[in-house]
Write a protein that binds this ligand. Structure first.
Ligand SMILES: Nc1ncnc2c1ncn2[C@@H]1O[C@H](COP(=O)(O)OP(=O)(O)O)[C@@H](O)[C@H]1O
Ligand SMILES: [Mg+2]
Length: 415
């Protein structure tokens, strides 16, 4: 049997994930776009039909199906789908002319676009200097060790860096299930380094002024460079993959090109700029972003281990009235709960105690009973994610990225 190519493995991985999660529309659209550019219009069309059968009236699916029919040389099919597709007013589809392309700026040396000249940068950037440190990140010893080795130690030691010819260039990609501390850790890292934190959700950059995404990317980097040393946190790195199917392909290509130019920098443009990326779906991240010198190193941020769960529960309960609480049984019963789930658990227990306090007309502290009650009501939110990730990992040949996840899935008892 022929060995499947890299592309085929990606297709098969996503198809496996879709069997687990057939209604994951973004993932299916992504697959369809990949199949279309990968020369598999027939298979793309099948996925269009599947998407349409679960939910009709998706103009972008119809537009993609029409494209597939064109490629298959089926004008009748194409006409059928076009009739179901976007109306010109929707701004989707090939027939609709987009806004005129803006010139793509150089990575550096470009006169800044209006509104950023004063050094303030785009108003929507929320830059600060975090006071949280890595000690505030409960548990997660392995993640901290990796960050120490990859970034903090070389940063502290210029001599060693010179001796080993190591630069601080190249970004780290934090990945893992939602709510498990990627953003928290990135902030803590900036706090640890005592530098500015420049967080950007890529979906915002893509949304902001539809045709101007390249300039948005440039403005973000310029702002971060002005603030250097800084941690530039590019969240939702997978957003480009999702959107590529919705917008005209060229626009997204330009955004990727711009992002690559900015990441690669020229000369010393990016000295003192520490790029961290984050994603819940590394398999959706454009492959070009993962090449050496870019987001070439990945750090898996797993659901909190027992010490992390203990610390997260502790932190969430600090500053609240509590009485005789034993966290150990809660820790034992919350394997595969995310950090956000645990914070929610404590919030819910606090609500129960508050309701009782209102009834009693006096403060009733949070007790074990409240926490147990909340635990019975709630559950972990990331099991779908774990299922999807397991399917993708099984079909992927990128073992360097996925091995730690596969290990974790073997270790956990159930989900
Ligand atoms: N190791 C941890 N220590 C302390 N709090 C944590 C930890 N992991 C997660 N949390 C809590 O969970 C919340 C959600 O984490 P977040 O960083 O937003 O997740 P992600 O970015 O991975 O989706 C955080 O705001 C924080 O309160
Ligand atoms: Mg986050």
């Amino acid at each position: 049997m022929e060995h499947p190519t890299g592309d085929e493995q990606v297709y098969a991985g996503i198809e496996a994930a879709l069997q687990v999660e057939p209604a994951n529309r973004a993932l299916r659209l992504h697959l369809i776009a990949l199949l279309l550019t990968g020369g598999q219009p027939g298979r793309a069309l099948r996925h269009c039909e599947l998407a349409w059968s679960t939910r009709p009236d998706q103009p972008e699916v119809a537009a993609l199906a029409a494209q597939a029919c064109d490629l298959l040389g089926d004008p009748a099919g194409a006409a059928h789908w076009r009739a179901l597709g976007p109306s010109p007013a929707d701004g989707l589809g090939d027939a609709v002319p987009g806004p005129p392309p803006e010139p793509v700026p150089d990575a550096v040396g470009m006169a800044d676009v209006a509104g950023t000249a004063g050094g303030e940068g785009p108003a929507w950037l929320d830059v600060d200097r975090p006071t949280v440190r890595l000690v505030d990140v409960a548990g997660m010893v392995e993640v901290k060790q990796r960050l120490e080795r990859a970034l903090l130690a070389p940063l502290r030691n210029a001599e060693l860096r010179a001796a080993f010819g190591k630069t601080l260039r190249g970004g780290l990609l934090l990945w893992g299930p939602p709510g498990c501390g990627k953003t928290f850790i990135a902030r803590a890292l900036a706090g640890e380094m005592g530098v500015s934190f420049v967080p950007v959700a890529l979906s915002d950059v893509l949304d902001m002024w539809l045709g101007n995404s390249e300039q948005n990317v440039h403005r973000v980097f310029q702002r971060a460079r002005r603030d250097a040393p800084a941690v530039l946190f590019l969240d939702e790195l997978d957003a480009i993959g999702h959107r590529r199917t919705n917008l005209r392909g060229d626009g997204m290509r330009n955004v990727v090109t711009q992002l690559l130019a900015e990441l690669d920098g020229v000369d010393s443009a990016n000295d003192e700029l520490f790029c961290l990326g984050a994603t819940n779906q590394p398999w959706m991240v454009d492959a070009a972003l993962r090449r050496p010198g870019r987001f070439d190193r990945t750090v898996l941020v797993l659901p909190p281990d027992p010490p992390a769960r203990w610390g997260i529960l502790r932190q969430a309960l600090a500053d609240r009235p509590v009485a005789a609480i034993d966290l150990d049984p809660l820790v034992a019963r919350t394997e595969t709960w995310s950090g956000a789930d645990l914070v929610h658990l404590v919030d819910s227990a606090a609500e129960l105690a508050l309701a009782e306090s209102v009834d009693a007309g006096a403060v009733r502290p949070i007790t074990q009973r409240h926490l147990d009650g909340a635990l019975r009501e709630l559950g972990p939110s990331i099991h779908d994610w774990l299922d999807t990730a397991r399917s993708v990992a099984a079909a992927s040949d990128d073992s360097r990225t996925f091995a730690p996840l596969v290990d974790y899935l073997r270790r956990v008892r159930k989900w």
